[in-house]
Design a protein around this ligand. Structure first.
Ligand code: GLV
Ligand code: GLV
Length: 355
Protein backbone atom coordinates (compact mmCIF):
# COMPACT_ATOMS: atom_id res chain seq x y z
CA UNK A 1 0.00 0.00 0.00
CA UNK A 2 0.88 3.58 -0.65
CA UNK A 3 -0.20 4.76 2.80
CA UNK A 4 0.67 3.34 6.18
CA UNK A 5 -2.14 3.44 8.73
CA UNK A 6 -1.64 2.27 12.29
CA UNK A 7 -4.31 1.10 14.71
CA UNK A 8 -3.13 1.07 18.30
CA UNK A 9 -5.55 -1.78 19.11
CA UNK A 10 -7.23 -4.63 17.28
CA UNK A 11 -10.78 -3.37 16.55
CA UNK A 12 -14.05 -5.28 16.02
CA UNK A 13 -15.24 -6.38 12.59
CA UNK A 14 -13.47 -6.49 9.24
CA UNK A 15 -15.15 -3.63 7.42
CA UNK A 16 -12.80 -0.96 8.75
CA UNK A 17 -9.70 -2.82 7.67
CA UNK A 18 -11.08 -3.81 4.27
CA UNK A 19 -12.02 -0.30 3.36
CA UNK A 20 -8.54 0.96 4.22
CA UNK A 21 -6.86 -1.82 2.22
CA UNK A 22 -9.21 -1.28 -0.74
CA UNK A 23 -8.12 2.35 -0.83
CA UNK A 24 -4.42 1.57 -0.98
CA UNK A 25 -3.46 1.57 2.69
CA UNK A 26 -1.19 -0.86 4.49
CA UNK A 27 -2.71 -1.41 7.89
CA UNK A 28 -0.65 -2.21 10.91
CA UNK A 29 -2.38 -3.28 14.12
CA UNK A 30 -0.55 -3.17 17.43
CA UNK A 31 -0.68 -6.50 19.22
CA UNK A 32 1.36 -5.57 22.31
CA UNK A 33 0.15 -7.61 25.27
CA UNK A 34 -0.75 -4.68 27.50
CA UNK A 35 -4.10 -3.01 27.97
CA UNK A 36 -2.94 0.61 27.96
CA UNK A 37 -0.19 1.78 25.61
CA UNK A 38 2.25 4.42 26.83
CA UNK A 39 3.25 7.45 24.78
CA UNK A 40 6.60 5.73 24.13
CA UNK A 41 4.87 2.58 22.83
CA UNK A 42 2.90 4.71 20.38
CA UNK A 43 5.93 6.73 19.25
CA UNK A 44 7.56 3.38 18.37
CA UNK A 45 4.44 2.30 16.49
CA UNK A 46 4.35 5.53 14.47
CA UNK A 47 7.98 5.00 13.41
CA UNK A 48 9.52 6.91 10.50
CA UNK A 49 6.60 6.82 8.11
CA UNK A 50 2.97 6.88 9.10
CA UNK A 51 0.09 8.58 7.31
CA UNK A 52 -2.57 8.18 9.95
CA UNK A 53 -3.36 6.60 13.30
CA UNK A 54 -6.52 5.20 14.83
CA UNK A 55 -6.17 5.44 18.60
CA UNK A 56 -8.11 4.82 21.79
CA UNK A 57 -9.49 6.97 24.58
CA UNK A 58 -7.01 5.45 27.05
CA UNK A 59 -4.10 7.08 25.19
CA UNK A 60 -2.66 10.52 25.83
CA UNK A 61 -2.71 12.24 22.42
CA UNK A 62 -0.76 15.43 23.09
CA UNK A 63 2.25 17.37 21.85
CA UNK A 64 4.64 14.38 21.90
CA UNK A 65 2.48 12.09 19.77
CA UNK A 66 1.31 14.71 17.28
CA UNK A 67 4.89 15.90 16.85
CA UNK A 68 6.02 12.31 16.23
CA UNK A 69 3.14 11.70 13.80
CA UNK A 70 3.91 14.91 11.94
CA UNK A 71 7.61 13.98 11.60
CA UNK A 72 6.48 10.63 10.14
CA UNK A 73 4.45 12.50 7.51
CA UNK A 74 1.12 11.85 9.20
CA UNK A 75 -1.96 13.94 8.50
CA UNK A 76 -4.75 12.24 10.38
CA UNK A 77 -5.69 10.90 13.78
CA UNK A 78 -9.02 9.42 14.83
CA UNK A 79 -10.11 8.47 18.30
CA UNK A 80 -12.28 5.35 18.31
CA UNK A 81 -14.67 7.17 20.67
CA UNK A 82 -17.10 10.05 20.64
CA UNK A 83 -15.36 11.70 23.61
CA UNK A 84 -11.98 13.25 22.88
CA UNK A 85 -10.85 14.68 26.19
CA UNK A 86 -7.71 12.52 25.75
CA UNK A 87 -6.81 14.50 22.63
CA UNK A 88 -5.08 17.89 22.59
CA UNK A 89 -6.81 19.26 19.50
CA UNK A 90 -4.73 22.45 19.58
CA UNK A 91 -1.50 20.44 19.43
CA UNK A 92 -2.89 18.45 16.49
CA UNK A 93 -3.90 21.65 14.78
CA UNK A 94 -0.41 23.08 15.20
CA UNK A 95 0.95 20.17 13.13
CA UNK A 96 -1.92 20.33 10.64
CA UNK A 97 -3.14 16.91 11.73
CA UNK A 98 -6.90 16.35 11.50
CA UNK A 99 -8.67 14.87 14.49
CA UNK A 100 -11.75 12.70 14.13
CA UNK A 101 -14.11 11.01 16.56
CA UNK A 102 -16.99 8.55 16.15
CA UNK A 103 -20.30 10.18 17.05
CA UNK A 104 -23.74 8.89 16.08
CA UNK A 105 -23.21 5.14 15.99
CA UNK A 106 -22.98 4.88 19.77
CA UNK A 107 -25.89 7.12 20.73
CA UNK A 108 -28.53 4.45 21.38
CA UNK A 109 -26.09 1.84 22.71
CA UNK A 110 -24.79 4.31 25.29
CA UNK A 111 -28.28 5.54 26.19
CA UNK A 112 -29.38 1.91 26.62
CA UNK A 113 -26.57 1.31 29.11
CA UNK A 114 -27.53 4.45 31.03
CA UNK A 115 -31.10 3.09 31.08
CA UNK A 116 -29.80 -0.32 32.24
CA UNK A 117 -27.85 1.25 35.09
CA UNK A 118 -30.90 3.33 36.00
CA UNK A 119 -33.07 0.22 36.28
CA UNK A 120 -30.35 -1.81 37.99
CA UNK A 121 -29.98 0.91 40.62
CA UNK A 122 -33.73 1.54 40.99
CA UNK A 123 -34.55 -2.15 41.44
CA UNK A 124 -31.33 -3.16 43.21
CA UNK A 125 -30.66 -5.86 40.62
CA UNK A 126 -26.98 -6.44 41.37
CA UNK A 127 -27.47 -6.56 45.13
CA UNK A 128 -30.37 -8.98 44.71
CA UNK A 129 -28.37 -11.16 42.32
CA UNK A 130 -25.56 -11.39 44.90
CA UNK A 131 -28.13 -12.34 47.54
CA UNK A 132 -29.47 -15.21 45.41
CA UNK A 133 -26.03 -16.54 44.56
CA UNK A 134 -24.99 -16.40 48.21
CA UNK A 135 -27.88 -18.77 49.02
CA UNK A 136 -29.56 -16.20 51.28
CA UNK A 137 -33.04 -16.37 49.76
CA UNK A 138 -35.38 -18.07 52.25
CA UNK A 139 -38.68 -17.11 50.62
CA UNK A 140 -40.77 -14.12 49.52
CA UNK A 141 -41.03 -11.26 51.99
CA UNK A 142 -42.89 -7.93 51.76
CA UNK A 143 -39.70 -5.99 52.52
CA UNK A 144 -37.22 -7.91 50.39
CA UNK A 145 -35.21 -5.61 48.06
CA UNK A 146 -37.80 -2.88 47.83
CA UNK A 147 -36.63 -0.26 45.33
CA UNK A 148 -37.93 2.79 43.45
CA UNK A 149 -40.89 2.95 41.05
CA UNK A 150 -39.85 5.12 38.12
CA UNK A 151 -43.34 5.71 36.70
CA UNK A 152 -44.53 9.21 37.55
CA UNK A 153 -41.12 10.20 38.95
CA UNK A 154 -38.89 12.81 37.35
CA UNK A 155 -35.86 11.94 35.27
CA UNK A 156 -33.18 14.64 35.16
CA UNK A 157 -30.79 14.86 32.26
CA UNK A 158 -27.67 17.02 32.43
CA UNK A 159 -26.35 17.48 28.89
CA UNK A 160 -29.16 16.93 26.37
CA UNK A 161 -27.06 16.22 23.27
CA UNK A 162 -27.47 13.09 21.19
CA UNK A 163 -26.94 10.61 24.01
CA UNK A 164 -28.69 12.60 26.72
CA UNK A 165 -31.72 13.14 24.47
CA UNK A 166 -31.90 9.46 23.47
CA UNK A 167 -31.76 8.47 27.14
CA UNK A 168 -34.44 11.02 28.02
CA UNK A 169 -36.77 9.65 25.34
CA UNK A 170 -36.22 6.07 26.54
CA UNK A 171 -37.03 6.92 30.15
CA UNK A 172 -40.01 9.17 29.33
CA UNK A 173 -41.66 6.80 26.88
CA UNK A 174 -40.53 3.52 28.40
CA UNK A 175 -41.32 4.36 32.01
CA UNK A 176 -43.69 7.33 31.82
CA UNK A 177 -41.32 9.62 33.69
CA UNK A 178 -41.51 13.41 33.68
CA UNK A 179 -38.44 15.15 32.30
CA UNK A 180 -36.33 18.00 33.59
CA UNK A 181 -33.17 18.79 31.65
CA UNK A 182 -30.29 21.20 31.74
CA UNK A 183 -28.28 22.17 28.68
CA UNK A 184 -26.90 25.41 27.26
CA UNK A 185 -28.84 24.56 24.12
CA UNK A 186 -32.58 24.14 23.99
CA UNK A 187 -33.57 20.69 22.75
CA UNK A 188 -36.81 21.54 20.97
CA UNK A 189 -37.09 18.06 19.45
CA UNK A 190 -36.98 16.51 22.87
CA UNK A 191 -39.52 18.98 24.23
CA UNK A 192 -41.88 18.28 21.32
CA UNK A 193 -41.50 14.55 21.86
CA UNK A 194 -42.46 14.75 25.53
CA UNK A 195 -45.37 17.09 24.76
CA UNK A 196 -46.71 14.74 22.08
CA UNK A 197 -46.33 11.70 24.30
CA UNK A 198 -48.03 13.56 27.16
CA UNK A 199 -50.98 14.31 24.86
CA UNK A 200 -51.14 10.67 23.82
CA UNK A 201 -51.28 9.52 27.44
CA UNK A 202 -53.92 12.09 28.28
CA UNK A 203 -56.07 11.04 25.31
CA UNK A 204 -55.92 7.54 26.75
CA UNK A 205 -57.05 8.65 30.16
CA UNK A 206 -53.61 8.42 31.74
CA UNK A 207 -51.60 10.94 33.68
CA UNK A 208 -49.65 12.95 31.07
CA UNK A 209 -45.86 13.27 31.27
CA UNK A 210 -44.35 16.75 31.45
CA UNK A 211 -41.05 18.43 30.59
CA UNK A 212 -39.12 21.37 31.92
CA UNK A 213 -35.90 23.00 30.76
CA UNK A 214 -34.11 23.96 33.96
CA UNK A 215 -32.36 27.29 34.25
CA UNK A 216 -29.59 25.80 36.36
CA UNK A 217 -28.01 22.45 37.05
CA UNK A 218 -28.96 22.81 40.69
CA UNK A 219 -32.63 22.88 39.71
CA UNK A 220 -32.24 19.45 38.10
CA UNK A 221 -30.32 18.04 41.04
CA UNK A 222 -32.91 19.32 43.52
CA UNK A 223 -36.02 18.16 41.65
CA UNK A 224 -35.15 14.92 39.88
CA UNK A 225 -35.53 11.44 41.33
CA UNK A 226 -33.19 9.89 38.77
CA UNK A 227 -30.35 11.90 37.22
CA UNK A 228 -28.15 10.91 34.31
CA UNK A 229 -25.03 12.86 33.33
CA UNK A 230 -24.29 13.36 29.63
CA UNK A 231 -22.00 16.38 29.32
CA UNK A 232 -18.73 16.59 27.42
CA UNK A 233 -15.76 16.51 29.83
CA UNK A 234 -13.85 19.78 29.78
CA UNK A 235 -12.65 22.38 32.29
CA UNK A 236 -16.22 23.56 32.86
CA UNK A 237 -17.61 20.11 33.68
CA UNK A 238 -14.75 18.75 35.82
CA UNK A 239 -16.25 17.79 39.22
CA UNK A 240 -19.61 19.08 38.08
CA UNK A 241 -21.11 16.82 40.74
CA UNK A 242 -19.25 17.66 43.95
CA UNK A 243 -19.96 17.48 47.69
CA UNK A 244 -22.15 20.60 47.67
CA UNK A 245 -24.23 19.47 44.70
CA UNK A 246 -24.65 15.94 46.08
CA UNK A 247 -26.00 17.54 49.25
CA UNK A 248 -28.91 19.21 47.40
CA UNK A 249 -30.07 15.98 45.75
CA UNK A 250 -32.97 13.99 47.19
CA UNK A 251 -31.87 11.44 49.79
CA UNK A 252 -33.37 8.61 47.74
CA UNK A 253 -32.22 9.85 44.34
CA UNK A 254 -30.37 7.77 41.78
CA UNK A 255 -27.34 9.16 39.93
CA UNK A 256 -26.05 7.61 36.69
CA UNK A 257 -22.84 8.44 34.87
CA UNK A 258 -21.94 7.09 31.42
CA UNK A 259 -20.02 10.20 30.31
CA UNK A 260 -16.55 10.65 31.82
CA UNK A 261 -15.40 9.85 35.37
CA UNK A 262 -13.98 13.26 36.33
CA UNK A 263 -17.44 14.81 35.90
CA UNK A 264 -18.05 13.46 39.44
CA UNK A 265 -15.85 14.08 42.48
CA UNK A 266 -15.66 10.35 43.19
CA UNK A 267 -14.23 10.63 46.71
CA UNK A 268 -17.10 12.94 47.68
CA UNK A 269 -19.52 10.46 46.08
CA UNK A 270 -18.18 7.59 48.20
CA UNK A 271 -18.73 9.66 51.37
CA UNK A 272 -22.23 10.54 50.18
CA UNK A 273 -23.10 6.89 49.46
CA UNK A 274 -21.84 5.91 52.90
CA UNK A 275 -23.86 8.59 54.67
CA UNK A 276 -27.02 8.08 52.58
CA UNK A 277 -27.78 4.37 52.21
CA UNK A 278 -30.96 5.08 50.22
CA UNK A 279 -29.05 7.12 47.63
CA UNK A 280 -27.96 4.95 44.71
CA UNK A 281 -25.56 5.30 41.86
CA UNK A 282 -24.86 3.52 38.54
CA UNK A 283 -21.38 4.16 37.16
CA UNK A 284 -19.81 3.20 33.84
CA UNK A 285 -16.86 5.58 34.18
CA UNK A 286 -14.42 6.46 36.96
CA UNK A 287 -12.21 9.36 37.85
CA UNK A 288 -8.94 7.48 37.48
CA UNK A 289 -9.64 4.45 35.33
CA UNK A 290 -9.06 1.59 35.78
CA UNK A 291 -9.18 2.35 39.52
CA UNK A 292 -12.12 3.07 41.79
CA UNK A 293 -11.76 5.48 44.70
CA UNK A 294 -11.25 3.66 48.04
CA UNK A 295 -14.50 2.43 49.52
CA UNK A 296 -16.57 2.49 46.34
CA UNK A 297 -16.26 -1.26 45.75
CA UNK A 298 -17.75 -1.92 49.21
CA UNK A 299 -20.86 0.18 48.68
CA UNK A 300 -24.00 -1.92 48.17
CA UNK A 301 -25.81 1.17 46.84
CA UNK A 302 -23.45 1.42 43.86
CA UNK A 303 -23.64 -0.49 40.58
CA UNK A 304 -20.32 -0.35 38.73
CA UNK A 305 -19.36 -1.54 35.24
CA UNK A 306 -16.06 -1.08 33.33
CA UNK A 307 -16.70 1.69 30.74
CA UNK A 308 -18.84 -0.47 28.48
CA UNK A 309 -21.54 2.00 27.44
CA UNK A 310 -20.71 1.77 23.73
CA UNK A 311 -20.10 -1.97 23.90
CA UNK A 312 -22.58 -3.51 21.48
CA UNK A 313 -21.27 -5.41 18.45
CA UNK A 314 -23.03 -3.16 15.94
CA UNK A 315 -21.78 0.00 17.60
CA UNK A 316 -18.18 -1.09 18.08
CA UNK A 317 -17.95 -2.17 14.44
CA UNK A 318 -19.49 1.14 13.45
CA UNK A 319 -17.02 3.08 15.58
CA UNK A 320 -14.09 1.23 14.00
CA UNK A 321 -15.49 1.91 10.53
CA UNK A 322 -16.02 5.60 11.24
CA UNK A 323 -12.52 5.92 12.69
CA UNK A 324 -11.07 4.33 9.54
CA UNK A 325 -13.17 6.63 7.33
CA UNK A 326 -11.99 9.65 9.31
CA UNK A 327 -8.34 8.78 8.71
CA UNK A 328 -8.89 7.74 5.10
CA UNK A 329 -10.87 10.87 4.28
CA UNK A 330 -8.06 13.10 5.41
CA UNK A 331 -5.34 11.07 3.69
CA UNK A 332 -7.30 11.11 0.43
CA UNK A 333 -8.23 14.76 0.82
CA UNK A 334 -11.99 14.34 0.68
CA UNK A 335 -13.60 17.80 0.79
CA UNK A 336 -15.26 17.26 4.17
CA UNK A 337 -11.77 17.19 5.63
CA UNK A 338 -10.62 20.59 4.42
CA UNK A 339 -10.81 21.91 7.93
CA UNK A 340 -8.00 20.09 9.73
CA UNK A 341 -9.60 20.73 13.08
CA UNK A 342 -12.81 18.91 12.33
CA UNK A 343 -13.87 17.13 15.45
CA UNK A 344 -17.48 16.17 15.85
CA UNK A 345 -19.36 18.12 13.18
CA UNK A 346 -22.60 16.61 14.44
CA UNK A 347 -22.44 17.80 18.02
CA UNK A 348 -25.82 19.07 19.11
CA UNK A 349 -27.31 18.22 15.73
CA UNK A 350 -30.76 17.97 17.27
CA UNK A 351 -30.54 21.08 19.37
CA UNK A 352 -31.00 24.67 18.39
CA UNK A 353 -28.57 27.38 19.55
CA UNK A 354 -29.54 29.63 22.46
CA UNK A 355 -31.92 32.42 21.48
C1 GLV B 1 -16.52 6.19 24.98
O1 GLV B 1 -16.39 6.47 26.15
C2 GLV B 1 -16.59 7.16 23.94
O2 GLV B 1 -16.36 8.35 24.19
O3 GLV B 1 -16.87 6.77 22.81
C1 GLV C 1 -22.39 13.45 23.38
O1 GLV C 1 -21.53 13.14 22.58
C2 GLV C 1 -23.78 13.35 23.04
O2 GLV C 1 -24.01 13.01 21.89
O3 GLV C 1 -24.66 13.57 23.89
Amino acid sequence: GKYRVVSTKPMPGTRWINLLIDQGCRVEICHLKKTILSVEDIVDLIGDKCDGVIGQLTEDWGETLFSALSKAGGKAFSNMAVGYNNVDVEAANKYNIAVGNTPGVLTETTAELAASLSLAAARRIVEADGFMRAGLYEGWLPHLFVGNLLKGQTVGVIGAGRIGSAYARMMVEGFKMNLIYYDLYQSTRLEKFVTAYGQFLKANGEQPVTWKRASSMEEVLREADLISLHPVLDKTTYHLVNKERLAIMKKEAILVNCSRGPVIDEAALVDHLRENPMFRVGLDVFEEEPFMKPGLADMKNAVVVPHIASASKWTREGMATLAALNVLGRIKGYPIWNDPNRVDPFLNENASPPA
